[in-house]
Design a protein around this ligand. Structure first.
Ligand SMILES: Nc1ncnc2c1ncn2[C@@H]1O[C@H](COP(=O)(O)OP(=O)(O)OP(=O)(O)O)[C@@H](O)[C@H]1O
Ligand SMILES: N[C@@H](CCO)C(=O)O
Length: 328
């Protein structure tokens, strides 16, 4: 995991009683997955009714950055997109301070992750991603994706000393190509808006309580930002539609996700032309962040960094094999 900052039941209870109208905390359990924040399942009892929430203590994000993510979740939830809805405290605030860290409470989604998804799961994710993009269009706050080109440019020099010659040459060459891509007219013209930017298999829940797998929701919006929608699609495809061993795209899952996305929001011509470079951008983004987490780790009670090699392989794949999308 990551429980970077422990929270005891009496600590959360004192905090809840002082600031929220959610009743009394009866249980708190650290969540052992996730590498960014300290997360806990929190059970409360109010007037005899038990409710489950997720309590998050933010380890890297500042209090100033948080309203964008939390208000975006609130906005999308209000529009019927299945995402966690933040709870407001007695003074209507969505962010407090607990054990010295910015903290928030959100509703708990039902279901579990599908870590070996099929084409139907990918289609459900693709269609909901497009709906989410459209639902975010009138969201009033704006904050860029903080893990985009500027961050790659600042972070790559910090990790390069750990790379071998071939890796150094690959990362330099890709950064140069991406810098040129971001400056291009095609890139500038791409449609953009609030984007999740980290919609991996482990950030989506499916619920099978009805007997059929239904999308339970998207969560972990703490890398979200205003970005090109195509980047969001590329991040999602690079995780949902690949063979995890090789990084190679799986045609059935790829078609499932991309076609379902386009059934809600068809791609524009510039998006079709930019697709392969965007898949590479999405691979570079996570190669860099995984290198950073791997070589410049933080203290945590339990922490297993993700394997950077995985996204190096995906980037090499996307440079070697041109993937296409067509208009509908
Ligand atoms: N709103 C929610 N509803 C249900 N489960 C949730 C919710 N938020 C988080 N979880 C659970 O908590 C786990 C960890 O959360 P999350 O993935 O957001 O961790 P993180 O450290 O913030 O981020 P990252 O995935 O980027 O490392 C998830 O795998 C999921 O099981
Ligand atoms: N999804 C990221 C982790 C940060 O959310 C990764 O797999 O590298």
């Amino acid at each position: 995991m990551a429980v970077f900052t422990p929270v005891a039941l009496d600590e959360v209870n004192a905090w809840l009683c002082q600031h929220y109208n959610l009743g009394t905390a009866t249980d708190i359990k650290g969540i052992s997955s996730g590498i960014e924040n300290s997360n806990f399942f929190l059970t409360t009892n109010k007037d005899g009714q038990t409710t489950e929430y997720v309590l998050t203590l933010f380890e890297r994000l500042s209090r100033e950055q948080l309203p964008y993510y939390l208000e975006l979740m609130g906005h999308l939830a209000q529009k019927g997109i299945p995402v966690p809805a933040p709870a407001r405290d007695k003074t209507e605030q969505i962010i407090g301070i607990l054990n010295g860290k910015p903290a928030t409470i959100v509703s708990k989604l039902s279901g579990s992750s599908r870590l070996s998804p099929n084409a139907d799961h990918c289609a459900a994710v693709g269609a909901m991603l497009a709906k989410m993009h459209l639902a975010g269009q009138d969201f009033k706050l704006s904050q860029p994706n903080l893990r985009s080109l500027n961050w790659w440019q600042a972070t790559i020099p910090l990790v390069k000393q750990h790379l071998n010659a071939a890796q150094n040459s690959l990362i330099d060459s890709e950064l140069a190509d991406q810098t040129a891509f971001f400056a291009s007219k095609d890139y500038q013209a791409l449609p953009a808006g609030p984007s999740h930017c980290d919609l991996f298999r482990d950030n989506v829940l499916f619920d099978s309580s009805s007997g059929k797998d239904q999308l339970g929701g998207f969560f972990d919006f703490y890398f979200a930002g205003n970005d090109k929608w195509l980047f969001d699609v590329a991040v999602t495809v690079n995780d949902w539609c690949i063979d995890l061993g090789t990084g190679v795209l799986d045609q059935a899952r790829y078609d499932g996700l991309v076609n379902a996305y386009q059934s809600v929001r068809p791609f524009e011509k510039t998006e079709i032309a930019s697709w392969n470079l965007m898949l590479r951008a999405a691979a570079l983004r996570f190669w860099v962040s995984r290198l950073w987490d791997y070589y410049l780790p933080r203290e945590a009670e339990m922490l297993t960094p993700h394997d950077p090699k995985h996204f190096e392989r995906i980037l090499i794949q996307r440079r070697d094999v041109i993937s296409c999308i067509s208009s509908v």
